[in-house]
Design a protein around this ligand. Structure first.
Ligand code: CMC
Length: 428
């Protein structure tokens, strides 16, 4: 491989260094381009632009590969736990048994949130979307732990901020749901593991002896692992860019939650289920909706299909499809929406439009069906994604800080008016 690329511009040749990652992916380093040539690059949506070097997640969209810190997503989903994966992403290695026990213990002992945060929650109308509530509560941590505002503190202090948000996020997520249904909140139960505690806070009714269904807890843990990181996607890039201004961890994560909310990103899982319900209500004619998705004059898109980087298959979707079958089977749920989803997938995978554009089911196509079987309402789906993505956001924020990356500040090509003189308001 050549370690330089050549650029010819205005009669001059420039050598641009080519760098190579550990999985042989190659990039032209243009960090000195403007200084040397006066040129900038333009790449809407950053389709060809690497914003950083990162050692956290490897993704090969052509071959459908996803690895966290070198471990395949398939192996982690089968053998690991969400907290173990969280440790791996944040600290770089799988924890030893004592390290994992310590980590689990730390997370369990910080689940309670300041009682005044409940007052903030009480201020939200009950129809508030839980993603807005979640991002607000996460940002409110800056007020309760003002020392966290400085990201340049010692590693030990930063670790405490990390433990706090990992512990409190399930509490916030469950409380956002309780607010929406107008029920009193449940407090964390430190006798329970991470998943069981979350499910109890979500579903236990006052004075009820809530029993966690192990099938549901296991399915939840797998879904969280599958969502835990996905390199430089929209929300993760947001977390890194916000954090690059030296804003706090909590402010950066809160921004990431808002970026995740949109239907083209994490909000797709909610949009998929709404689409499946719409198809069912309409009589279940899947081919009609495939035709709509292909029609350039119709804004309808097949939600849960297509991905910026996966152009073969999304390895997470494969695992989730199987999990959806298993979970519904074990819970004895017969969901007609699962059949509609499978029918849509089967048609799309054979359809020239989808094949040619390399559009395959993504992680969000089947996840909503499992969440629905678990009793989680549609508007909470993206909150579940955020819960899973949290360790990835933390790991990426921490890496960006430790590498002392410069403030994120893209350039632009200006297309507005040239200099003109001000005209008095009475003369316009
Ligand atoms: N249904 C119909 N056509 C589609 C779809 C779809 N779901 N996705 C892409 N296309 C077409 C699109 O119209 C375009 O056609 P053309 O080249 O003729 O203009 C072509 O495929 C390329 O699409 P694009 O929007 O330019 O591709 P992108 O990389 O900018 O967008 C995407 C990727 C995921 C935003 C897009 O595929 C999409 O909107 N999918 C539906 C929403 C969705 O499921 N999002 C979740 C992504 S996975 C979770 C996550 O990590 O965020």
């Amino acid at each position: 491989m050549s370690d330089h690329a050549k650029l010819s511009y205005a009669g001059k040749d420039y050598d641009l260094p080519v760098i190579e990652g550990t999985e042989k992916e190659i990039a032209v380093d243009i960090s000195k381009l403007r200084a040397d040539t006066g040129l900038i690059t333009i790449d809407p949506g950053f389709k060809n632009t690497g914003s950083t070097k990162s050692a956290i997640t490897f993704l090969n969209g052509e071959e459908g590969i996803l690895r966290y810190r070198g471990y395949s997503i398939e192996e982690l989903a089968e053998k690991s736990s969400f907290l173990e994966v969280s440790y791996l992403l944040i600290y770089g290695e799988l924890p030893t048994k004592p390290q994992l026990e310590h980590f689990q213990n730390e997370i369990t002992t910080h689940t309670l949130v300041h009682e005044d945060i409940k007052k903030i929650l009480d201020g939200f109308p009950s129809n508030a979307h839980p993603m807005g509530v979640l991002s607000s509560l996460v940002c409110s941590l800056t007020a309760f732990y003002p020392e966290s505002l400085d990201p340049n503190r010692s590693a030990k202090e930063v670790d405490l901020s990390i433990i706090r948000i990992l512990s409190k996020m399930p509490t916030f997520a469950a409380w956002a749901f309780k607010n929406q249904i107008g029920h009193p909140v449940n407090y964390p139960d430190n006798e329970l593991d991470y998943d069981s505690n979350f499910l109890k806070m979500m579903f236990a009714l006052p004075a009820e002896k809530y029993k966690v269904n192990p099938v549901v807890a296991k399915a939840l843990d797998t879904l969280l692992i599958l969502h835990a990181d996905h390199e430089q996607n929209c929300s993760t890039s947001t977390v890194r860019v916000v954090g690059s201004s030296q804003a706090s961890l909590y402010a950066s994560i809160s921004a990431g939650i808002n970026a995740l909310w949109g239907p083209l990103h994490g909000g797709a899982n909610q949009a998929v289920l709404e689409m499946l319900e719409q198809i069912e209500k309409d009589g279940g004619d899947t081919s009609k909706f495939i035709a709509k998705a292909k029609d350039k004059n119709d804004p309808f898109r097949l939600m849960g299909f297509g991905h910026r980087v996966y152009k073969n298959f999304d390895p997470r979707a494969k695992i989730i499809k199987k999990a959806a079958d298993d979970v519904l089977d074990q819970l004895g749920v017969d969901d007609p929406l699962l059949n509609i989803a499978k029918e849509l997938e089967a048609i799309a995978l054979k359809d020239e439009y989808f094949v040619e554009k390399k559009l395959y089911p993504n992680v969000d196509f089947y996840s909503g069906i499992i969440y629905r079987a678990m009793g989680i309402p549609t508007e909470m789906f993206t909150v579940m994604f955020a819960l899973g993505r949290l360790p990835g956001w933390i790991a990426q924020w921490k890496e960006m800080r430790e590498n002392n990356e410069p403030i994120g500040r893209p350039r632009q090509v200006y297309t507005g008016e040239n200099l003109r003189s001000y005209v008095d308001v009475n003369k316009r």
